[in-house]
Design a binder for this molecule. Structure first.
Ligand code: TRP
Length: 363
Protein backbone atom coordinates (compact mmCIF):
# COMPACT_ATOMS: atom_id res chain seq x y z
CA UNK A 1 0.00 0.00 0.00
CA UNK A 2 1.15 3.52 -0.74
CA UNK A 3 2.31 5.64 2.17
CA UNK A 4 0.52 8.96 2.08
CA UNK A 5 0.62 11.90 4.47
CA UNK A 6 -2.13 14.45 5.01
CA UNK A 7 -1.91 17.10 7.68
CA UNK A 8 -2.63 20.77 8.10
CA UNK A 9 -3.24 23.84 10.20
CA UNK A 10 -6.01 26.35 10.69
CA UNK A 11 -4.90 29.71 9.37
CA UNK A 12 -5.79 31.81 12.41
CA UNK A 13 -2.35 33.29 13.04
CA UNK A 14 1.30 33.08 12.15
CA UNK A 15 2.95 29.83 13.11
CA UNK A 16 5.00 29.81 16.28
CA UNK A 17 7.82 27.70 17.68
CA UNK A 18 5.24 25.40 19.28
CA UNK A 19 4.01 24.52 15.78
CA UNK A 20 7.61 24.15 14.68
CA UNK A 21 8.69 21.56 17.27
CA UNK A 22 5.24 19.97 17.45
CA UNK A 23 4.72 19.39 13.74
CA UNK A 24 6.48 21.56 11.19
CA UNK A 25 10.04 20.36 11.83
CA UNK A 26 8.87 16.76 11.59
CA UNK A 27 6.96 17.37 8.37
CA UNK A 28 10.07 18.71 6.72
CA UNK A 29 12.02 15.65 7.90
CA UNK A 30 9.31 13.32 6.62
CA UNK A 31 9.23 15.17 3.32
CA UNK A 32 12.97 14.78 2.92
CA UNK A 33 13.06 11.17 4.12
CA UNK A 34 11.76 9.96 0.78
CA UNK A 35 9.69 7.36 2.64
CA UNK A 36 6.33 8.66 1.50
CA UNK A 37 4.73 8.35 -1.89
CA UNK A 38 2.75 11.53 -1.50
CA UNK A 39 2.56 14.36 1.04
CA UNK A 40 -0.33 16.81 1.32
CA UNK A 41 -0.23 19.78 3.65
CA UNK A 42 -3.47 21.69 3.90
CA UNK A 43 -4.23 25.21 5.02
CA UNK A 44 -7.56 24.54 6.74
CA UNK A 45 -9.34 27.80 6.04
CA UNK A 46 -12.80 26.21 5.95
CA UNK A 47 -12.20 24.68 9.36
CA UNK A 48 -10.89 28.04 10.64
CA UNK A 49 -14.19 29.58 9.55
CA UNK A 50 -16.16 27.17 11.73
CA UNK A 51 -15.28 29.33 14.72
CA UNK A 52 -14.39 32.53 12.89
CA UNK A 53 -17.45 32.85 10.70
CA UNK A 54 -17.70 36.55 11.51
CA UNK A 55 -14.07 37.22 10.74
CA UNK A 56 -13.29 36.07 7.20
CA UNK A 57 -10.65 38.76 6.77
CA UNK A 58 -8.59 37.26 9.58
CA UNK A 59 -8.66 33.86 7.91
CA UNK A 60 -7.84 35.33 4.50
CA UNK A 61 -4.84 37.24 5.86
CA UNK A 62 -3.48 34.23 7.65
CA UNK A 63 -3.66 31.88 4.67
CA UNK A 64 -0.66 33.65 3.17
CA UNK A 65 1.09 33.93 6.56
CA UNK A 66 0.86 30.19 7.10
CA UNK A 67 1.96 29.50 3.52
CA UNK A 68 5.03 31.71 4.06
CA UNK A 69 5.77 29.93 7.33
CA UNK A 70 5.52 26.53 5.62
CA UNK A 71 7.81 27.46 2.79
CA UNK A 72 10.34 29.17 5.01
CA UNK A 73 10.42 26.21 7.41
CA UNK A 74 11.45 24.06 4.46
CA UNK A 75 8.32 22.54 2.95
CA UNK A 76 9.17 22.22 -0.72
CA UNK A 77 6.31 22.46 -3.23
CA UNK A 78 8.24 20.11 -5.52
CA UNK A 79 7.89 17.38 -2.91
CA UNK A 80 4.84 18.40 -0.93
CA UNK A 81 1.44 19.44 -2.23
CA UNK A 82 0.47 22.55 -0.27
CA UNK A 83 -3.17 23.50 -0.78
CA UNK A 84 -6.10 25.50 0.56
CA UNK A 85 -8.99 23.46 1.99
CA UNK A 86 -11.83 25.62 0.64
CA UNK A 87 -10.49 25.26 -2.89
CA UNK A 88 -11.24 21.54 -2.79
CA UNK A 89 -15.07 21.52 -2.57
CA UNK A 90 -15.11 17.71 -2.87
CA UNK A 91 -14.18 17.71 0.82
CA UNK A 92 -17.55 19.25 1.74
CA UNK A 93 -19.46 16.62 -0.17
CA UNK A 94 -17.58 13.81 1.52
CA UNK A 95 -18.29 15.36 4.91
CA UNK A 96 -21.99 15.49 4.12
CA UNK A 97 -22.06 11.73 3.53
CA UNK A 98 -19.88 10.93 6.53
CA UNK A 99 -22.25 12.83 8.82
CA UNK A 100 -24.70 9.95 8.39
CA UNK A 101 -22.18 7.63 9.96
CA UNK A 102 -21.56 9.60 13.17
CA UNK A 103 -23.85 10.28 16.12
CA UNK A 104 -24.16 13.59 17.93
CA UNK A 105 -23.16 11.97 21.22
CA UNK A 106 -20.02 10.58 19.59
CA UNK A 107 -18.89 14.07 18.63
CA UNK A 108 -19.90 15.39 22.06
CA UNK A 109 -17.48 12.96 23.69
CA UNK A 110 -14.52 14.34 21.71
CA UNK A 111 -12.25 15.87 24.39
CA UNK A 112 -10.65 18.38 22.01
CA UNK A 113 -14.04 19.65 20.87
CA UNK A 114 -15.16 19.83 24.53
CA UNK A 115 -12.21 22.03 25.47
CA UNK A 116 -12.73 24.24 22.44
CA UNK A 117 -16.41 24.69 23.21
CA UNK A 118 -15.46 25.92 26.70
CA UNK A 119 -12.68 28.16 25.42
CA UNK A 120 -14.97 29.83 22.90
CA UNK A 121 -17.95 30.13 25.26
CA UNK A 122 -20.00 28.06 22.85
CA UNK A 123 -21.70 26.12 25.70
CA UNK A 124 -25.05 27.80 25.15
CA UNK A 125 -25.03 27.83 21.36
CA UNK A 126 -22.65 25.76 19.34
CA UNK A 127 -22.55 26.57 15.62
CA UNK A 128 -23.48 23.37 13.73
CA UNK A 129 -20.52 23.87 11.40
CA UNK A 130 -18.12 23.99 14.32
CA UNK A 131 -19.72 20.95 15.91
CA UNK A 132 -19.23 19.01 12.69
CA UNK A 133 -15.62 19.95 12.06
CA UNK A 134 -14.29 16.60 13.32
CA UNK A 135 -16.38 14.92 10.62
CA UNK A 136 -15.06 17.33 8.02
CA UNK A 137 -11.56 16.51 9.22
CA UNK A 138 -12.28 12.86 8.42
CA UNK A 139 -12.98 14.01 4.84
CA UNK A 140 -9.69 15.91 4.70
CA UNK A 141 -7.81 12.78 5.67
CA UNK A 142 -9.72 10.14 3.70
CA UNK A 143 -10.04 12.19 0.49
CA UNK A 144 -6.30 11.68 0.01
CA UNK A 145 -6.33 8.06 1.26
CA UNK A 146 -3.83 9.19 3.86
CA UNK A 147 -2.16 6.45 5.85
CA UNK A 148 -0.30 8.81 8.16
CA UNK A 149 -1.38 12.02 9.88
CA UNK A 150 1.51 13.76 11.64
CA UNK A 151 -0.16 15.84 14.35
CA UNK A 152 -0.17 16.78 18.02
CA UNK A 153 -1.94 14.71 20.63
CA UNK A 154 -4.91 17.11 20.63
CA UNK A 155 -5.68 15.74 17.15
CA UNK A 156 -5.79 12.11 18.32
CA UNK A 157 -9.59 12.14 18.87
CA UNK A 158 -10.08 13.36 15.28
CA UNK A 159 -7.98 10.56 13.84
CA UNK A 160 -9.81 8.08 16.06
CA UNK A 161 -13.16 9.33 14.72
CA UNK A 162 -11.81 9.14 11.18
CA UNK A 163 -10.91 5.49 11.71
CA UNK A 164 -14.42 4.80 12.97
CA UNK A 165 -15.94 6.51 9.95
CA UNK A 166 -13.67 4.57 7.60
CA UNK A 167 -14.67 1.29 9.21
CA UNK A 168 -18.34 2.10 9.19
CA UNK A 169 -18.16 3.27 5.60
CA UNK A 170 -16.25 0.21 4.38
CA UNK A 171 -18.54 -2.17 6.27
CA UNK A 172 -21.67 -0.54 4.96
CA UNK A 173 -20.72 0.29 1.38
CA UNK A 174 -17.76 -1.98 0.63
CA UNK A 175 -14.01 -1.41 0.97
CA UNK A 176 -13.29 2.09 -0.33
CA UNK A 177 -11.52 4.21 2.29
CA UNK A 178 -8.14 3.87 3.99
CA UNK A 179 -7.72 3.84 7.77
CA UNK A 180 -5.17 6.47 8.84
CA UNK A 181 -2.78 6.47 11.76
CA UNK A 182 -1.65 9.45 13.78
CA UNK A 183 2.08 10.12 13.93
CA UNK A 184 2.77 11.91 17.21
CA UNK A 185 5.89 14.02 17.86
CA UNK A 186 8.70 11.70 18.92
CA UNK A 187 9.89 13.88 21.77
CA UNK A 188 7.53 14.26 24.75
CA UNK A 189 8.34 17.95 25.35
CA UNK A 190 7.50 18.69 21.74
CA UNK A 191 3.94 17.48 22.19
CA UNK A 192 2.92 20.70 23.85
CA UNK A 193 5.47 23.43 24.20
CA UNK A 194 4.30 25.84 26.92
CA UNK A 195 3.95 29.55 26.28
CA UNK A 196 6.69 31.93 27.39
CA UNK A 197 4.58 32.66 30.50
CA UNK A 198 4.71 28.99 31.53
CA UNK A 199 1.03 28.50 30.69
CA UNK A 200 0.10 25.13 29.30
CA UNK A 201 -0.13 26.07 25.64
CA UNK A 202 1.24 28.68 23.32
CA UNK A 203 -1.66 30.67 22.05
CA UNK A 204 -2.05 33.91 20.24
CA UNK A 205 -4.82 35.11 22.54
CA UNK A 206 -2.61 34.63 25.61
CA UNK A 207 0.20 36.65 23.99
CA UNK A 208 2.76 34.04 25.02
CA UNK A 209 4.06 32.92 21.61
CA UNK A 210 7.42 33.11 19.93
CA UNK A 211 6.66 33.31 16.22
CA UNK A 212 8.80 31.84 13.48
CA UNK A 213 8.82 35.28 11.92
CA UNK A 214 9.88 37.18 15.10
CA UNK A 215 12.89 39.44 14.67
CA UNK A 216 16.08 38.70 16.66
CA UNK A 217 15.15 41.60 18.92
CA UNK A 218 11.65 40.27 19.63
CA UNK A 219 13.06 36.81 20.21
CA UNK A 220 15.60 38.10 22.73
CA UNK A 221 12.99 40.13 24.58
CA UNK A 222 10.59 37.20 24.81
CA UNK A 223 13.22 34.76 26.08
CA UNK A 224 14.48 37.25 28.63
CA UNK A 225 10.99 37.67 30.06
CA UNK A 226 10.30 33.92 30.18
CA UNK A 227 8.77 32.32 33.22
CA UNK A 228 11.38 30.36 35.19
CA UNK A 229 11.39 29.25 38.84
CA UNK A 230 9.75 31.85 41.10
CA UNK A 231 11.58 30.39 44.10
CA UNK A 232 14.99 30.74 42.49
CA UNK A 233 15.62 34.12 44.09
CA UNK A 234 19.40 34.20 44.16
CA UNK A 235 21.93 32.51 41.90
CA UNK A 236 23.10 30.34 44.78
CA UNK A 237 19.71 28.95 45.72
CA UNK A 238 18.79 25.57 44.24
CA UNK A 239 16.51 25.91 41.21
CA UNK A 240 13.58 23.80 40.08
CA UNK A 241 13.20 22.51 36.56
CA UNK A 242 9.49 21.75 36.67
CA UNK A 243 7.58 24.25 34.50
CA UNK A 244 10.81 26.17 33.94
CA UNK A 245 10.38 27.51 30.42
CA UNK A 246 13.98 28.04 29.28
CA UNK A 247 14.81 24.47 30.24
CA UNK A 248 11.71 23.08 28.56
CA UNK A 249 12.60 24.97 25.39
CA UNK A 250 16.17 23.70 25.58
CA UNK A 251 14.75 20.18 25.84
CA UNK A 252 12.88 20.80 22.61
CA UNK A 253 15.55 22.70 20.66
CA UNK A 254 19.08 22.04 21.88
CA UNK A 255 21.61 19.34 21.12
CA UNK A 256 25.12 18.66 22.40
CA UNK A 257 26.75 20.60 19.58
CA UNK A 258 25.00 23.76 20.79
CA UNK A 259 26.80 23.32 24.12
CA UNK A 260 30.20 22.94 22.49
CA UNK A 261 29.51 26.10 20.54
CA UNK A 262 27.79 28.42 23.01
CA UNK A 263 28.43 27.09 26.52
CA UNK A 264 31.48 24.80 26.45
CA UNK A 265 31.66 24.66 30.27
CA UNK A 266 28.86 22.10 30.06
CA UNK A 267 29.01 18.98 27.89
CA UNK A 268 25.23 18.76 27.54
CA UNK A 269 21.84 19.84 28.82
CA UNK A 270 21.86 17.34 31.67
CA UNK A 271 25.02 18.90 33.11
CA UNK A 272 23.41 22.34 32.94
CA UNK A 273 20.26 21.05 34.64
CA UNK A 274 22.33 19.42 37.38
CA UNK A 275 24.11 22.65 38.11
CA UNK A 276 20.83 24.57 38.19
CA UNK A 277 19.16 22.20 40.65
CA UNK A 278 22.31 22.16 42.83
CA UNK A 279 22.36 25.95 42.96
CA UNK A 280 24.93 28.38 41.66
CA UNK A 281 23.59 28.86 38.14
CA UNK A 282 21.63 31.99 37.22
CA UNK A 283 18.64 32.16 34.87
CA UNK A 284 20.54 34.67 32.74
CA UNK A 285 23.07 32.08 31.59
CA UNK A 286 20.34 29.63 30.66
CA UNK A 287 18.37 32.27 28.78
CA UNK A 288 21.44 33.46 26.91
CA UNK A 289 22.10 29.92 25.74
CA UNK A 290 18.49 29.53 24.69
CA UNK A 291 18.63 32.75 22.67
CA UNK A 292 21.67 31.41 20.80
CA UNK A 293 20.03 28.05 20.19
CA UNK A 294 16.76 29.59 18.98
CA UNK A 295 18.62 32.07 16.79
CA UNK A 296 20.56 29.25 15.16
CA UNK A 297 17.28 27.45 14.38
CA UNK A 298 15.18 30.44 13.39
CA UNK A 299 17.66 32.62 11.48
CA UNK A 300 17.62 30.47 8.30
CA UNK A 301 13.81 30.29 8.46
CA UNK A 302 13.61 34.07 8.80
CA UNK A 303 15.98 34.50 5.86
CA UNK A 304 13.99 32.19 3.60
CA UNK A 305 10.80 33.98 4.61
CA UNK A 306 12.26 37.28 3.44
CA UNK A 307 12.99 35.72 0.04
CA UNK A 308 9.47 34.40 -0.39
CA UNK A 309 8.01 37.73 0.77
CA UNK A 310 9.73 39.31 -2.24
CA UNK A 311 7.43 37.40 -4.60
CA UNK A 312 3.99 36.96 -3.06
CA UNK A 313 2.24 36.24 -6.39
CA UNK A 314 4.55 33.23 -6.77
CA UNK A 315 3.44 31.97 -3.35
CA UNK A 316 -0.22 32.21 -4.39
CA UNK A 317 0.70 30.37 -7.57
CA UNK A 318 2.19 27.53 -5.49
CA UNK A 319 -1.08 27.36 -3.53
CA UNK A 320 -3.17 27.45 -6.70
CA UNK A 321 -1.23 24.61 -8.30
CA UNK A 322 -1.29 22.61 -5.08
CA UNK A 323 -5.04 23.09 -4.73
CA UNK A 324 -5.59 21.92 -8.31
CA UNK A 325 -3.51 18.83 -7.70
CA UNK A 326 -5.29 18.10 -4.42
CA UNK A 327 -8.64 18.58 -6.08
CA UNK A 328 -7.89 15.96 -8.73
CA UNK A 329 -7.03 13.41 -6.03
CA UNK A 330 -10.07 14.22 -3.90
CA UNK A 331 -12.35 14.02 -6.96
CA UNK A 332 -11.11 10.49 -7.65
CA UNK A 333 -11.89 9.38 -4.09
CA UNK A 334 -15.26 11.10 -4.24
CA UNK A 335 -16.11 9.20 -7.43
CA UNK A 336 -15.31 5.93 -5.63
CA UNK A 337 -17.39 7.00 -2.63
CA UNK A 338 -20.35 7.89 -4.83
CA UNK A 339 -20.11 4.57 -6.61
CA UNK A 340 -19.92 2.67 -3.30
CA UNK A 341 -22.94 4.63 -2.02
CA UNK A 342 -24.88 3.97 -5.20
CA UNK A 343 -25.34 7.62 -6.07
CA UNK A 344 -23.41 7.51 -9.33
CA UNK A 345 -26.56 7.28 -11.49
CA UNK A 346 -25.17 8.63 -14.73
CA UNK A 347 -21.91 6.69 -14.88
CA UNK A 348 -23.54 3.36 -14.10
CA UNK A 349 -24.61 1.69 -17.33
CA UNK A 350 -25.66 -1.42 -15.41
CA UNK A 351 -28.14 0.59 -13.37
CA UNK A 352 -29.77 2.11 -16.43
CA UNK A 353 -29.95 -1.28 -18.16
CA UNK A 354 -31.42 -2.89 -15.03
CA UNK A 355 -34.12 -0.24 -14.68
CA UNK A 356 -34.86 -0.46 -18.38
CA UNK A 357 -35.27 -4.21 -18.10
CA UNK A 358 -37.52 -3.91 -15.07
CA UNK A 359 -39.91 -1.75 -17.02
CA UNK A 360 -39.59 -3.40 -20.42
CA UNK A 361 -42.22 -6.05 -19.51
CA UNK A 362 -44.78 -3.27 -18.99
CA UNK A 363 -44.74 -2.44 -22.67
N1 TRP B 1 -7.54 20.56 13.27
C1 TRP B 1 -6.25 20.97 12.77
C2 TRP B 1 -5.79 22.19 13.58
O1 TRP B 1 -6.52 22.67 14.40
C3 TRP B 1 -6.26 21.35 11.30
C4 TRP B 1 -6.73 20.25 10.41
C5 TRP B 1 -7.83 20.26 9.61
C6 TRP B 1 -6.09 18.99 10.23
N2 TRP B 1 -7.93 19.12 8.95
C7 TRP B 1 -6.90 18.31 9.29
C8 TRP B 1 -4.96 18.38 10.77
C9 TRP B 1 -6.58 16.99 8.89
C10 TRP B 1 -4.66 17.08 10.37
C11 TRP B 1 -5.47 16.39 9.44
O2 TRP B 1 -4.73 22.69 13.37
Amino acid sequence: MKKIILTGDRPTGRLHVGHFVGSLRRRVELQNSGEFDKIFVMIADAQALTDNADNPEKVRQNVIEVALDYLSAGLDPEKTTIFIQSQVPELCELAFYYMNLVTVSRVQRNPTVKTEIKMRNFEQSIPVGFFCYPVSQASDITAFKATTVPAGEDQAPMIELTREIVNRFNNTYGPTLVEPEILLPDNAVCMRLPGTDGKAKMSKSLGNCIYLSDTPKELKKKVNSMYTDPEHLTIDSPGHLEGNCPFIYLDAFSNDSHFAKYLPDYPNLQALKDHYTRGGLGDGTVKKLLINVLEETLAPIRERRKQFEQDIPAVYEILRKGSEEARAVAAQTLAEVRAAMKINYFDDAALIAEQAKKYSSNK
